[in-house]
Design a protein around this ligand. Structure first.
Ligand code: SF4
Ligand code: SF4
Length: 362
């Protein structure tokens, strides 16, 4: 017998999500262009310096993790990459409040990965008439790789380094020049790195979200944090008609139709499952314990608002731009090749002594 149900007439949120993701990607591209102009001005003798965009520090997660550790130990915000620290806090907060939502709503890599995945899915569906999903015995071990990478970074920073070693590293010329180093890594990209990036690109066509699902340590951290999130996707098994559309729509292959509450480190609050659910009040974002429903628009607005609010606090409190002068950047830029990554406290100290003696203006 066919079950009667009240049709879900809510409008899909995916269009808004796409616009937010696109805006964030464009913002990152703009930051990249500004940073390129800044470095070009450092390289031209006598040219006017272009302002360095502080937002570039959002691409220095290791330094941000160390700054967070430093903050826990001292209660102070380290002055070398303060914007990176606040961007990191904003990402952690957004992903805590709305379960790993940074990955689906703001992350530019997540957006590119999703776009490649959408394209790949269309092509694969045409050829094989179905989606490709790796079997569990391959999927699970691969998913653990990102946790291994995260574990390595956590161990290296929180356990293998003392607070004074972390401070020494954060103060180091290497850390100061970390954004310049990142720029030169991509500007003079090696053949090996190009092969790795191209391979990830191709793999993402065939295996949806390959980088995010298997390798991204940032995603691993946010996935762990999301377990403690007060908001979750909840299914009402009484009104559910077991159509399975939610599970089919889920880009993370979560069996939404089989659970009451989605508790998964792979759920990134994309809301695709809610958009496709045909029954009213059956699949919603709810606050744990209170069972209060949160509308899709509130999630969309909340993700952006929390992020902007934290960045604004950094700007208003004078903790957005670092105090490194353009002249000092110019000297760091000239000596970029002697600033190698230190692996021990003694090395950091030695490197600091060497670099400060060799880069000091005469
Ligand atoms: S469970 Fe729903 S919100 Fe979570 S990833 Fe899957 S489709 Fe997106
Ligand atoms: S989409 Fe999922 S939650 Fe909604 S009715 Fe179908 S199986 Fe139930």
């Amino acid at each position: 017998m066919k079950r009667e149900f009240i049709r879900n007439t809510g409008k899909p949120i995916q269009g808004y999500r796409f616009l937010i993701q696109l805006s964030f990607l464009l913002l990152c591209i703009w930051i990249g262009i500004e940073f390129y102009l800044f470095i070009s001005s450092l390289n031209k003798i006598g040219a006017d310096y272009f302002n360095r965009p502080a937002g570039v520090e959002g691409f220095l997660p290791i330094s941000a993790l160390m700054s967070l550790y430093y903050f826990f130990m001292t209660g102070e915000i380290h002055p070398v990459h303060p914007a990176g620290f606040f961007i990191f806090i904003a990402i952690l907060t957004v992903s805590f409040i709305y379960s790993k939502s940074f990955c689906s709503w703001l992350c530019p890599i997540g957006f590119i990965s999703e776009t490649i995945g959408d394209f790949g899915e269309k092509v694969i569906k045409k050829i094989f008439k179905r989606k490709i999903k790796l079997p569990s015995y391959i999927d699970y071990p691969l998913r653990s790789l990102k946790y291994l990478l995260l574990g390595f970074f956590i161990y290296a920073i929180f356990f293998a380094m003392s607070a004074s070693a972390v401070k020494l590293f954060l103060d180091s010329e290497y850390n100061k020049a970390a954004d310049l180093k990142m720029y030169y890594f991509f500007a003079n990209i090696s053949q090996f790195s190009l092969i790795v990036i191209s391979s990830l690109f191709v793999l993402s066509i065939f295996i949806r979200n390959f980088w995010c699902r298997y390798l991204c340590p940032y995603g691993a951290l946010l996935g762990l944090i999301s377990f403690f999130s007060p908001t979750k996707i909840k299914r009402n098994p009484v009104s559910c008609i077991d159509c399975g559309l939610c599970a089919k729509a889920c880009p993370s292959f979560i069996k939404v139709d089989k659970v009451k509450t989605v508790i998964s480190d792979e759920c990134s609050m994309c809301l695709s499952c809610i958009d496709v659910c045909p029954v009213k009040d059956t699949l919603d974002v709810k606050v744990n314990f209170t069972k209060k429903k949160i509308s899709k628009k509130v999630v969309a607005f909340g993700v952006v608002a929390i992020y902007i609010a934290i960045i604004s606090i950094a700007m208003i409190s004078g903790n957005w731009k670092n105090k490194i002068s353009k002249e000092e950047y110019s000297i760091l830029n000239k000596n970029i090749n002697i600033l190698t990554h230190p692996t021990s406290t003694a090395e950091i100290r030695k490197m600091n002594e060497l670099s400060s003696s060799s880069i000091k203006p005469k």
